[in-house]
Design a protein around this ligand. Structure first.
Ligand SMILES: Cc1cc2nc3c(=O)[nH]c(=O)nc-3n(C[C@H](O)[C@H](O)[C@H](O)COP(=O)(O)OP(=O)(O)OC[C@H]3O[C@@H](n4cnc5c(N)ncnc54)[C@H](O)[C@@H]3O)c2cc1C
Length: 533
């Protein structure tokens, strides 16, 4: 350990979606000093800021943790690649930019599980407070927040055909998935500001960086929370090969995300006793739920060959057209470089008993074998489908007591059979859409799954090709039961002065992309912390 320990009122671990929001709001109160520790470096890569750059950052070890799961039993023993942002801005700096909050019932369900203050009516003010909606403010939207929410700069003919086709089959048109109702088909909105990514860091940290009471330290890997008895009093971290300590006068706040927050708790002696013993960690508090309740969205991807060379495969496989797209972005901040990992979308009810949408579509105007891999050589596009509320739950375990070792991820996809049935229905529905006009008129052939239409073939396709859509949550579950890790004020049970504030506290996965919810958790978390101060 080197150097004298530094002292702050609050230490936030992790400058991701929740951590950036949290650090900004805490340090807005000049009475408190805040240290924000981030394992990754500054967000200097241009690929972070050019929207389509997520295809580049997804495999970049300098800014990505590049995790993978253990072999997944129901996915043919495949290890599933799990990118996570390791950079100022966290996963919000490398994500697909799609802005979706989920369904009101998701939050009402959290409240119904005993988490007072987490219902939709409670959360809506935080979504609004966070938001800079380019369409202006409304009962559902904020116009004065730091997080920009923008419309796509162009409407692709394939997206138009997809929307018209789904609508023809009875899916209502929806111009705003984040207002009265989520159900329907339409265009996604994105976290961009005038054609540039609006990451949690650009939204929340940049404006706060000059505050004298906020210190942001990058390349700082937190190793464990330091305790005096059962009270968290600081964080041990490593930077440039040195181990250092920072003291927290008031609280330590973990915002290291759904994989690393539970890992850090376990490294600090909070978790299932057997696991701690196996990793040689001295126990502080027994909390068997740490790392459990892992939930994620699994996507299956139906790939189609277009009749004409109008897809983004065609643009980005041509050096000349790529150059033109680059010029267009530099000059007007518009064009193909501004697209997200899904331009149009749909939320549909597919299972007979579904009372609200149970499947999300990401309609993508290009195609690959796997997200982030090279584009197909043919004019291809993709309909990605995922079940919104999977019943399969996995877990995160410590692989060792070494803080720089990756934890073990058991996603346990499709371990609940019901999940396979929903995904099968979703793949079927996507194929039906592709065979319905006007979309059908643009389709030359279905590339995958291909010809076979029996249940077994579709299931086999799912098991052989389905991958994450990058929404792991739930591993430090909020609640009151035996598996709960934090209470409804996000305080870690059994210890003092320690909270978890990030996507890991979700008791259940929200019905949609998770970034907006993670930011809202950071916003609400800051009120909870300041309310107790
Ligand atoms: C490739 C990809 C695409 C996605 N697409 C979308 C999308 O289109 N729309 C959407 O809504 N959501 C999307 N998501 C999900 C969304 O971005 C995440 O749910 C959200 O960012 C999670 O926020 P968080 O604060 O919980 O964690 P993160 O944002 O991951 O932040 C955790 C931070 O903690 C840091 N950290 C971890 N361990 C330590 C440690 N020991 N010491 C110091 N720092 C540490 C990490 O480096 C990271 O910066 C995507 C995610 C990925 C990875």
């Amino acid at each position: 350990m080197s150097g004298p320990p530094q002292e702050f009122d609050y230490i936030v671990v992790g400058a991701g979606s929740s951590g950036c929001a949290l650090a900004n709001r805490l340090s807005a109160d000049a009475r408190y000093t805040v240290l924000l520790l981030e394992a990754g470096g500054p967000d200097t890569s241009p690929w972070i800021h050019i929207p389509i750059g997520y295809g580049k950052t997804i495999f970049d070890r300098r800014i990505n943790w590049c995790y993978e799961t253990e072999p997944e039993p129901e996915l043919g023993g495949r290890r599933i690649y799990w990118p996570r942002g390791k950079v100022i801005g966290g996963s919000g700096a490398v994500n697909g930019l799609v802005y979706i909050r989920g369904q009101p019932e998701d939050y009402d369900n959290w409240a119904g599980l005993g988490n007072r203050g987490w219902g939709y009516e409670d959360m809506l003010p935080y979504f609004r407070r966070a938001e800079h909606q380019v369409r202006g403010g409304s009962a559902y939207h904020g116009a004065d927040g730091p997080l920009w929410v923008s419309d796509l700069s162009e409407r692709h003919p394939l997206c138009e055909a997809f929307i018209a086709t789904a609508n023809r089959r009875g899916v209502p048109l929806n111009a705003d998935f984040n207002a009265e109702r989520q159900e329907g088909v339409g265009y996604f909105q994105l976290n961009t500001r005038r054609g540039v990514r609006c990451s949690p860091a650009t939204a929340y940290l940049r404006p706060a960086r000059r505050r004298p009471n906020l210190a942001v330290v990058s390349h700082a890997l937190a190793r464990r929370v330091l305790f005096r008895g059962r009270r968290a009093v600081g964080v041990e971290y490593q930077r440039n090969g040195e181990v250092r300590a920072a003291r927290a006068r008031r609280e330590v706040l973990l915002s290291a995300g759904a994989i690393n927050s539970p890992q850090l708790l376990m490294l600090s002696g909070i978790g299932e006793l057997r696991q701690l013993a196996r990793a040689g960690v001295e126990p502080i508090a027994e909390l068997p739920g740490v790392g459990r309740n892992l939930q994620d969205h699994l996507q299956a991807r139906v790939v189609l060959r277009a009749r004409q060379a109008i897809t983004y495969n065609d643009i980005f496989r041509s050096p000349l057209r790529t150059l033109w797209a680059g010029i267009q972005w530099v000059l007007t901040r518009s064009g193909p470089l501004t697209v997200s990992a899904g331009q149009a979308g749909a939320f549909v009810r597919l299972m007979p008993d579904a009372e609200r949408p149970d499947v999300q579509f990401h309609f993508i105007t290009f195609s690959t074998d796997r997200p982030g891999e090279g584009l197909h050589r043919f004019p291809g596009f993709t309909m990605s489908v995922c079940q919104l509320r999977p019943a399969s739950h996995g877990r995160i375990e410590l692989a060792s007591g070494d803080p720089s070792a990756a934890p073990r991820i058991f996603a346990q996809y499709l371990s609940a059979r019901a999940d396979l049935l929903v995904l099968r229905a979703a793949v079927r529905y996507a194929r039906e859409l592709a065979r319905t006009a006007p979309l059908a008129e643009l389709v030359a052939e279905e590339v995958s799954p291909g010809a076979a239409d029996d249940d077994e073939s579709i299931d086999e396709f799912i098991r052989a090709t389905a991958v994450t859509i990058f929404h792991p949550v739930g591993t430090c579950k909020m609640g009151s039961g035996p598996e709960a890790v934090v209470d409804s004020a996000l305080r870690v049970r059994g210890v003092e002065a320690l909270r978890v504030v990030d996507a890991s506290i979700m008791p259940t996965l929200v019905s949609g992309n998770t970034n907006a919810a993670a930011i809202a958790i950071g916003e609400k978390g800051s009120d909870l912390v300041l309310g107790d101060a």
